[in-house]
Each structure stands twice: as structure tokens, then as C-alpha cells.
Ligand binder design. Sequence first.
Ligand code: BG6
Length: 501
Amino acid sequence: MTKIEPCTLVFFGAGGNLSRKKLIPSLFHLEMLQRLPQHLVILGCDIVEYERDAWLDGVGEILRDKHGKDIDEAALKRFCARLHYFAVPPNDDDAYARLQTLLDDDPKFPPNVVYYMAVRPADYPGIVDKLGNVGLLKENNGWRRVVIEKPFGYDLLSAQTLQASLYRHLDEPQIYRIDHYLGKGTVQNIMVFRFANLLLEPLWNNHYIDHVQITHSETLGVENRADYYEGAGALRDMVQSHLLQLLALVAMEPPVSMAAEHLRDEKVKVLKAIRPITQNSVHAHAFRGQYASGVIDGQTVPGYLEEKNVAPNSTTETYAAMKLFVDNWRWAGVPFYLRTGKRMAEGSSAVCVRFKAPPQDLLRKTRSGPPQPNWIMLGIQPDDCLRMELQVKVPGLDVQTRTISLDATYRKDGEEDFDAYEGLLLDVILGDHSLFLRIDEVEAAWRVVDPVLKVWAMERDFINTYPAGSWGPRGTYRLFDREDQFWRHSLHPDGGKLEAY
Ligand code: BG6
């Protein structure tokens, strides 16, 4: 295991959603596994004033809520010993100078520092500016790294403006643009699956693949995030970041090595090869919808317009689907269908690759029904699995065929599940950029979705709706190239095709 250097982890927005739901639990899990560096000190920063004890109580409460009475008390004690709190009230101009004194002069804080921006995107530049102005980003004595959460900007131009403001104080190697999807085990498995096996490579191209589907669906609604989500929508929230990253991993060429820059070079090449969508063709390539009231797990849930802090006439999309083409030698002519939605029938994420039909349909006379294609499917969540669908002969005197699914659930008993943030937090401390986005990747991804965002921004009078608990709005099928293509809703044979929604 690589030796981890002592470091201070400062996270801004320590009392916010991301910290409470993801960062604090992830760090604690690493503590339980004894994977945190011995000399890691965690400094939570937020606008509210807390005494250290009150902060520790708050963190203890979050963790006890999650782990219940079985909480690992020894780990909790070790974890609390690392925790400190520092208030940065919004109108207190001296707060950052005091933070500088604390971090630079108090020997309990190791001089290598990670600053994690778990705050509203609008606050990133201001905080970086203030840190820079008091010298807290200078790497005189140790390294200084900044983690920026997605979304990085809200379109290409704003991403470039944000970047320019970061570059005033930081060099590119100091910046870690996080896309937590890349921390998910199965997402990394796409690379292992492709590059540690020879079997697939000869098939992984437009000669054999009919199309690729990338889906992330959730049963949850917008929850208490409407302030952010109203201005974002599903296309920015999920497609520009997570789903385009998945596409890049599925479609990229084998990198020269697994080194961060080699990997990122290949991902950028794919994103740049995506055929630009002209404004006239937006409707042929993208579809949006918004959830109306419906039933999830037997409970009636409100529609998006009835959620707290949502404008009564909002046309923000909670569902987005896109058809993209990667115009390069390997993928010319193969559609990539991406879709995501909140309040859908199931919460699941998967990459489904459908193969073409054999060149001759030799069994057409003996088989009843149309030929069934082969599929390879990578389930990302809730179950990480790999499935392959093949045709076999039904036992008996006739030559009938049926679909079987080779199912490799590769998690063995006792193999632990990690939250995506756990590995990514360790990567930042280790200085490994492989699973973080480079600015050219972010820009290329904005170039893909920007034309759609522009057209949708002009169409503010109407949005298709879908009942909560369904598979999205009617009409998304118009994105498909042919009638025999359909959304794959499940990884089981016959994947729920031909559903009304
Ligand atoms: C986040 C989005 O990046 O990813 C959320 O902002 C979404 O809207 C979430 O729910 C999905 O990720 P996960 O890991 O919870 O499936």
C-alpha cells in the first residue's frame, strides 16, 4: 500500500448535505477500516459558530444515526480525536486571516492541506479567492489541493470563467474536480472489464455493436435540493457529468498506461469525437420530462411542481434522454442512448450494450418469434454485476431458441462495499488524479450538452410530464433509430421492453 503523508483535510460546508450524507460517513468508514493516514486532522468549516464539543456531538449524532447501537466505539473515539471546527461567518472579513494563522502556526495541523468545497457552486470562486489572498494556497511548506464538486459551471462559458478564477491562485495539478461516479467500483470495473480481458476487444466496435444504453434512474425525487436543482435540471446534474463519463469509459481507446494523464487523454478524445448537436436537431437527439404525482412503493408522492422551493410554473427537467454519436473509426454509426430520471419506476444504473444480429438468420424457419440479439450488461447499482445474454436451443425435438443470461455477480461473500467518496478522498490525499476530471474533459462535456441546454432554455412554456413511479415520459422512443430498439429497463431477460412508458 502506498504510504500516505500526514495532512489536514479542511472541508467547507461541513454542516451541509454533502458533508452529512457522504463525506463524514465515508471518512468514518475509512477510520473503521484503519485506512486513514495516522496523521490526518479534519477541520470542518461552516458559517455557523460551534464550540468543538458541540461539533463533535453533531458528528457523533450523524454517525450514530447511520450505524445505530452497533457503532464501532473505538473508531468513533479515534475519529473524534481528529476533528476540529472553524467558523467562517459570511461577513467576517478576518476569518480567513485567522484560518491562515491556525493552519500555518498551529503544529497540530500538518502543512499538507486538502480543501474540500462541499458548498454551493456559486461559492467556489469566492472561497478559493479568500484562501489565495491570505496565502493558504501557496505550496511553500507542503502541498495544497482543492477539491471542487460538480457541477463545474452551468455551461461552457461559465465553466471557463470559473476555471479562470481558480487559475488565479492554483495550478492545474492542485485542482481535483470530483465526479463521484468515477469512485464507484463498477464504474472502474468498466476499465478492468475492457482492458484486462482480450475476449471483448475484437467485438467492441461498430462491426458488432448495434447500440449502447447508459441509464441512471432513481426513485427519489428532488428532496430538499430544489434550490440547486431548479437551476440545474437532469441534463446538467447527471448527463453532463456522470453519464458522459460512463460513455467515455465505455468508448475510449485503451490508454498507453493507467497513469492519470494517459487515461484522461483518451477520455477527452472520445468526448471531443461526439458529433455536435445542431440547434435544429436538438429534438431528434434529446428529450426531457418532469415527474408528476404518482405512486412509488405503494405511496402516493407529489409531483415536482408541488415540491418545496420549486416555482409553480417550473419547466426544469427531472428526466433527460439523449442520443449521441461518437464519430470515430471504432464507433461510427453506433448510437449511444443516455437517460436519467428522478422518481422513476426503479433506482438502478447500468450500461447495456446490444449486439447486432448475425449476418444470416439461419434459424428463422424453426424459431418462433423474431431473432433476439446478444446483450452485455454492466449493472452499477443497486447490484454490481455483469450479465451476458445468449441464445440457446430449448431442449426438445424442435429447434426452438431461448435467451439465457450468464450472470456474474462478482462480489464474493464478505467483500465490503465502499462508498464512492471513500476511495476518492484517499486519492486526493495520495495525489492521484486518475479519477478526477481535467479541465479539457469538463469543457468537452459542456460542448456536448450546451446546444440542448440553449434550446430547452428557450422553451419555457411546456414540458412533457411522466407519473412518478413510471419509466419516464411517453415519446422518448422517438430517439431510437429503429423500431426494434427499446429502452432496457431491467437486466433480466426480456428487460421490461415494450412498456407503455
Ligand atoms: C449527484 C446528483 O451527483 O448524483 C444527484 O446531484 C443524484 O441528483 C446523485 O441523485 C446520484 O448518485 P448516487 O451515487 O446517489 O447514485
